[in-house]
Design a binder for this molecule. Structure first.
Ligand code: PGA
Length: 426
């Protein structure tokens, strides 16, 4: 399989130039992964039919759908002909504080919608200088361990993109790339992801692409700024298409990867803190009276008179229904009287009741000898209707990922990271 060229156009280009660039690459019969911004997806899509160009989005919502202004869901992206999605890019990790929890949710959403994620990882300059680059990347890769095996199989690639190399003109040296890619390859091996390509990204240009792409540890490149230049991205692609990916083979004598079942258990245990939102969609049972909840009735003092013309429609409606001078309707026990809808479904005011006269204090009955009696539950009074809306029963959480592992109990932690194993190209 030839090496991959992924073009991250970021927040660049305008609709027409994005479509023109995609059309030119399509006309050259290029095989690339293109990541235009959301609003250009449709224009780019129109250039891609019958080509080997594959389109992806630069981000995806953690939510499935609903009231999330500004978000774009995985299903919407799939609907726009996206096949891929970038997740965990350092510009989102750093600019929007995205951590492993958010990234994991995005991965799950993407895979559930049939989008293949391209997971980006990479350390900052300070982290590299302090010697913790591998630890940082290791932590970022934990999200893959938390994915179900079927979702892991959908990951299109992992891109190593050191933050200090992105957009700076200082690409990582081939030795640095090779060392980190070997480390990532070992982690992927331990997750049965030996065939997941490992890309390098960070100031890739036609000047350094040849050397980077010639290295066996590099399965492809993720190109940012150079990717919006037609000549530059074509030159990079010309190097890439001459290079075949090297299959990663490991010395499995040291420690074979755990079987998929063990991974699944690890996945369940590790996702205790991962909550997928569940919305109760179950309608109320038909017998439930459509009543105004009693808590909605304002109990505070009636508002000061409002000058004509300043009433909102709601206030106007409410003041018509319940003149503020009248006391709120109450039951003989002093509880607020519920109000129900009339035949047109409108809330009807309940006529105020005259305050009951206080009965004279009862004469004290003669004291009878106390008998031990069982406590009697109070009988519901016809005067005290309950207006509580029955709650819909809680639905079970259906996302497999969200279920804590309650049945299996504590699992023996498998050593899933084999530090001594090396891919054959190291
Ligand atoms: P760059 O960006 O090539 O401009 O450094 C790479 C990336 O962010 O994917």
């Amino acid at each position: 399989m030839r090496k991959i060229v992924a073009a991250n156009w970021k927040m660049n280009l305008r609709r027409e130039s994005a479509a023109t660039l995609a059309g030119a690459l399509a006309g050259d019969l290029r095989e690339m992964w293109l990541f235009p911004c959301f609003v250009h997806l449709n224009s780019v899509r129109l250039q891609l039919s019958d080509t080997k160009l594959v389109m992806g989005a630069q981000d995806v919502s953690v939510h499935k759908d609903g009231a999330h202004t500004g978000d774009v869901s995985a299903e919407m992206l799939k609907d726009c002909a996206c096949e891929l999605v970038l997740i965990g890019h350092s510009e989102r990790r750093q600019g929007y504080g995205e951590g492993n929890d958010v990234i994991l949710r995005k991965l799950v959403r993407a895979c559930a919608a049939g989008l293949k994620p391209l997971l980006c990882v990479g350390e900052t300059k300070a982290e590299r200088d302090s010697g913790s680059a591998q630890t940082v990347v290791d932590t970022q890769l934990l999200v893959l361990k938390r994915l179900a095996p079927e979702a892991r199989a959908m990951v299109a690639a992992v891109a190593y993109e050191p933050v200090w190399a992105i957009g700076t003109g200082n690409n990582a040296s081939v030795a640095q790339v090779e060392e980190m890619h070997a480390y990532i390859a070992r982690k992927l091996h331990s997750l049965n992801m030996n065939s997941t390509p490992i890309l390098y990204g960070g100031s890739v240009t036609p000047d350094n692409a040849r050397e980077l792409l010639a290295n066996k540890s590099v399965d492809g490149v993720l190109v940012g700024s150079a990717s919006i230049n037609y000549d530059a991205i074509c030159a990079i692609d010309d190097y890439a298409k001459k290079q075949e990916m090297t299959p990663r083979a490991f010395n499995t004598l040291n420690e074979p990867p755990p079987p998929p079942e063990a991974l699944a258990l690890l996945f369940e245990r590790d996702t205790d803190d991962f909550k997928v939102e569940v919305k109760l969609k179950q309608p109320l049972p038909p017998s439930a009276p459509a009543m105004q909840p009693i808590e909605d009735i304002p109990t505070s003092a009636p508002p000061a008179p409002i000058s004509a013309g300043s009433l909102s429609r709601y206030e106007e409606e409410m003041s018509k229904r319940r003149p503020p001078t009248q006391p709120l309707p109450r039951t003989s026990q002093g509880r607020l009287q519920p109000v129900g809808p009339n035949s047109q479904g409108r809330i009807q005011p309940v006529a105020p009741q005259a305050a009951p006269k206080a009965p004279p204090p009862p004469a004290k009955p003669p004291v009878a000898p106390a008998k031990p009696t069982a406590p009697v539950a109070p009988k519901p009074s016809p005067d005290a209707p309950t207006a509580e809306v029955p709650k819909a029963p809680a639905q079970p959480i259906t996302d497999k990922q969200a279920k804590p592992d309650t049945k299996t109990g504590p699992q023996k932690k498998a050593n899933i990271y084999d530090e001594t194993d090396r891919p054959s190209w190291v």
